[in-house]
Design a protein around this ligand. Structure first.
Ligand code: SF4
Ligand code: SF4
Length: 218
């Protein structure tokens, strides 16, 4: 789940040109409460109260899915033809689906800041557990990610600052490496963490990564 937060309203309004069409996202932005039906409707009201014309609102299942955004553009062509700006209430990936699906003459404004990939602990709590490093070490660390859960991203921990099993950066937080150790003991995989981990190969995390699959979905 991509976690986002709404941008400052005055910053959004400053970027809007002419009338607006609002796109929301029906998955991550619903959970983040930044661009589901409720937030899109609230944004419509806010903009109308500021005398900004809103030509339509459309919640797209998943704005990161380019084909779904293209379909929404086709389905809403009348409203979109009157709008000079599309306000996208989705993660940055979704915003750029709108950029790709719309003519270059349409200004696409992002209404949210994209924060992180979060695990849903419950509907009020999301936690970052993987930072998408592209070179996963979970098989060597008892299934707990030191890259994300240790503030220093240490691969051979714990560091010298660990105190009473807590992290020196935040004493309310368990040291990730203590958790890795405890889990490795229970799983009898201590040998894995006794080996010195080599520096991570961040070259696999290329900018603007993409992947193509061969064959079709089953
Ligand atoms: S090592 Fe951590 S950040 Fe990297 S892919 Fe695995 S879980 Fe994600
Ligand atoms: S105390 Fe543990 S979690 Fe905190 S920075 Fe050091 S190794 Fe990482």
């Amino acid at each position: 789940m991509i976690v986002s937060k709404q941008k400052d309203l005055s910053d959004i309004i400053k970027k809007i040109r002419g009338s607006v069409f609002i796109f929301g996202c029906g998955i991550c932005s619903v959970t983040s409460r930044t661009g589901g039906p409720k937030e899109a409707e609230a944004m419509e009201q806010i903009l109308k109260n500021k005398n900004i014309a809103v030509e339509g609102v459309c919640i797209i299942d998943a704005m990161c899915h380019l084909q779904k955004v293209k379909k929404a553009v086709r389905d809403n062509k009348d409203g979109l033809s009157k709008a000079q700006t599309v306000l996208a209430l989705s993660c940055g990936s979704g915003v750029q689906s709108a950029v790709l699906a719309l003519p270059d003459s349409v200004k696409v404004v992002s209404g949210v800041d994209t924060m992180f990939l979060g695990n849903i602990e419950n509907l009020s709590s999301l936690k970052e557990m993987c930072s998408l490093c592209g070179n996963c070490v979970l098989n060597e660390t008892g299934g707990i990610c030191p890259v994300t859960l240790c503030p220093k991203g240490i691969l051979n921990g714990p560091c010298g600052g660990m105190k009473n099993y807590k992290c020196e950066i935040d004493e309310n937080m368990d040291c990730a490496w203590v958790k890795i150790y405890e889990r490795s003991v229970k799983q009898d995989t201590l040998e894995d963490i006794k080996k010195t981990a080599k520096p991570k190969d961040y070259s696999v995390k290329k900018p603007a990564a993409s992947v193509k699959f061969s064959g079709s979905h089953r």
